[in-house]
Design a protein around this ligand. Sequence first.
Ligand code: NDP
Length: 496
Amino acid sequence: MARKMLIDGELNSSAAGEQQYDFDLFVIGAGSGGVRASRTSAAHGAKVAICELPFHPISSEVIGGVGGTCVIRGCVPKKILVYGASFRGEFEDARNFGWELSEQINFNWKKLLHNKTQEIIRLNGIYKRMLTNAGVTMIEGEGKLIDAHVVEVTQPDGSKQQYMARHILIATGSRAQRVKIPGQELAITSDEALSLEELPKRVVILGGGYIAVEFASIWRGMGVTVDLFYRKELPLRGFDDEMRAAVARNLEGRGIKLHPGTNLSELSRTEDGIRVLTDHGEEFIADVVLFATGRSPNTKRLNLEAVGVEVDKTGAIKVDEYSQTTIPSIWAVGDVTNRMNLTPVALMEGTCFSKTVFGGQPTKPDYRDIPCAVFCVPPLSVVGLSEQQALEQAKSDILVYTSSFTPMKNTISGRQEKTIMKIVVDSETERVLGASMCGPDAPEIMQGIAVAIKCGATKAQFDSTVGIHPSAAEEFVTMRTLTRRLTAGDKPKTNL
Ligand code: NDP
């Protein structure tokens, strides 16, 4: 993609002899990436506008809402439901700690739903205020490109308004994709799953990714019967195989019925519920069927083709290392570019964009050693390379250290669930290439480990760090015994 890097030396949009612009930057989409880019660009002195659709807090019909997927229908409401669902395990575990709970413990879904919605409305307000306080002009409506410097916004009442901007940033995110099988319209996606009016009794989930295992844990924690179907032998393709196996064990241990190597072939409505047919010829009846089968970039209604902004075969906007598209004045960040579809990554891309374009400091996002977490119960969290990736990429032998133990809390509660941890080390440089953990608090622990790995910590430096006792986290600095040494061509092991 050879093209001119259009970076502003000065921001005076009305400079003599220049095109008259309404804004230095017009952002389409007020999700994580768009909001961050707007605020940081404004802080660099740019005159910024951002457009976003209004949202209805309950209905999942309307997409949009300042805050975007993460705040309105993603990470935040999901985590609130994970918290809600986790109490079931806590109640079970409490008994051996002396708590005498009555046999009947009731869960009020509508109360949690209401409180969750109130929190989302509060956060939506905070995001709007943050933009206003940063001096960003907010425009309600759906934006589309007219040319390299013009955005047209269709407002909720149908009226249209055009704005000229020196730079345009597309941050329209992604949306859940559906599987094309007969009866697919009977299934819901995570958008609706976060706001169901009634808590279902029986749920079928298709998919083995983040959303599938997270919702399996949420619903199971709320007492729902959950059947989880996925195409591979283990869920969470792309994660360390031993961790995937641990997640599968834990899901099963918590009462979720797993159906590996199985796809759905048809859905139909019956009096008793939705009839689900699998590709193995089995039949199930469910109140809710969730498709958690990936997300695709939100690019269809942006008029990209007419303006010359290229997309790849998945519909994602093609960008260079600085998030610049094939049109020099148009940029894109976040899920719409399908690089690494995580909120903190969109935030990083938004910050790098504003530094590059308005801060006089061309900055590429750094995709190395990005930690992430899957909020199933208990959670999985990883940073750096998995054992499999290390074997593929490393030039020298790989040293694998593992720990599998019963967390102290479970020794009393009696819960049959182990925590597992792994560190993968380069034998020559002794640098820790990756770490993973499946167990309580894994995401909280992994954030700190990520700092160490980002700084290039060696195994010896992990070993010389004093532990916090008694904690699960201290295992990361006390794994002294080598579990295995692997040479290129060896197969990764799954012993834990
Ligand atoms: P994922 O890409 O994580 O997983 C998609 C799953 O759907 C895979 O198991 C895939 O199977 C399966 N699948 C895809 N197509 C089909 C099909 N035609 N038939 C049957 N199964 C199919 O997507 P999610 O929807 O779970 O999440 C979307 C993205 O959102 C994630 O990738 C992540 O970037 C982000 N996210 C992050 C979270 C976090 O950080 N905690 C939480 C939730 C979402 P297979 O493996 O066989 O291809």
